[in-house]
Design a protein around this ligand. Structure first.
Ligand SMILES: NC(=O)c1ccc[n+]([C@@H]2O[C@H](COP(=O)([O-])OP(=O)(O)OC[C@H]3O[C@@H](n4cnc5c(N)ncnc54)[C@H](OP(=O)(O)O)[C@@H]3O)[C@@H](O)[C@H]2O)c1
Length: 279
């Protein structure tokens, strides 16, 4: 009964993990407020969610836009009076060599994955602190624990999220607000549709379902864990990297090397003119 009548704001509820979590929490009696940019998909999810939670709503909102986030949280607080749990789940991904990435793509990833969580938390937090209760849940990634080949910007956004959340944990605990991060390994969603066949790809039997991740998020909230790394093999890898970083890099480098990007002549030229100040 832990989630009954709780007002839970889930970002990125129009698809994937966020959609599944919205359905699972609605089935547990929560009032779900979901957001995303795709209004058509939000409408479809709302129909499903309302089967078990008639007071739930979906709101169109880009989490990277502070004005939109302000409007969304103000509406939720006006309509429901509180946000019990905020799930910062909205995220975008890519797999591309950093040398090939336009600056705008790096900025978009940081704006969505990191600043999106910052924006939503900044707006929801004052009311949680005033009530002396609340829970900020961040859907991070294994790529926030282990740097992975050809995911530099994505890893940066998730490492930033993890460091920010760890600092917030200490800041908010005495104020009655809990903080959780959940770091899943690869999940079969639309998120990686465009690059899941590119190397280095995860073996099919290691890929999680959105259902399993949703359950892991729910368990982490119920047990008030600070960090949940799922599945178990990823938790073990992450532990290995922490305990023996040099040895970990030794083996990881051998696994990644065959897939490392070799810049073309034009990229090399671009790089040299960039660092030489155009001479
Ligand atoms: N799939 C994986 O392999 C994997 C692994 C580890 C961690 N994760 C993390 O899990 C989270 C959910 O990913 P997923 O796999 O469920 O991906 P997904 O199926 O692509 O769903 C992503 C969700 O985020 C929303 N979103 C994206 N940009 C947004 C923005 N600027 N403002 C508001 N909503 C936005 C999307 O909605 P709209 O398009 O409608 O805006 C969608 O609802 C992400 O944070 C991701 O980094 C995923």
């Amino acid at each position: 009964m832990q989630f009954a009548d709780q007002v839970i704001l889930i970002t990125g509820a129009s698809n994937g993990i966020g959609r599944q979590l919205a359905l699972d929490l609605a089935a547990r009696g929560a009032v779900v407020v979901g957001c995303g940019r795709s209004i058509a998909r939000l409408r479809e999810v709302l129909v499903e969610v309302r089967r078990t939670s008639p007071r739930s709503v979906m709101i169109g909102c880009d989490v990277g836009d502070i004005e939109q986030v302000r409007g969304m949280t103000a509406k939720v607080l006006a309509d429901y009076g509180r946000i019990d749990i905020l799930v910062n789940n909205a995220g975008i991904g890519m797999r591309q060599a950093f040398v090939e990435m336009p600056a705008a793509a790096v900025e978009e990833i940081m704006r969505t994955n990191f600043l999106g969580a910052v924006n939503c938390t900044r707006e929801a937090l004052p009311s949680m602190i005033a009530r002396g209760s609340g829970h900020i849940v961040n859907v991070s990634s294994g790529a926030g624990k282990i740097g992975t080949l050809n995911m530099a910007a994505y890893c940066a956004s998730k490492f930033a999220l993890n460091g920010w959340a760890e600092s917030l944990y200490y800041e908010l605990k005495p104020l009655g607000v809990k903080v959780t991060i959940v770091c899943p390994g690869p999940v079969r969603t639309d998120f990686n549709r465009d690059f899941r066949e590119s190397e280095p790809k995860a073996p099919a039997n290691l890929i999680m379902t959105a259902e399993a991740v949703s359950q892991a998020i729910i368990r982490a909230v119920e047990k008030n864990k600070f960090e949940a790394i799922v599945p178990r093999w990823l938790a073990l890898l992450s532990l290995g990297r922490r305990l023996a970083p040099g040895l970990f890099r030794f083996f990881a480098e051998r696994k990644f090397r065959p897939h490392a990007h070799r810049p073309t002549a034009s990229e090399d030229q671009f790089h040299r003119t960039g660092t030489d100040g155009g001479h």
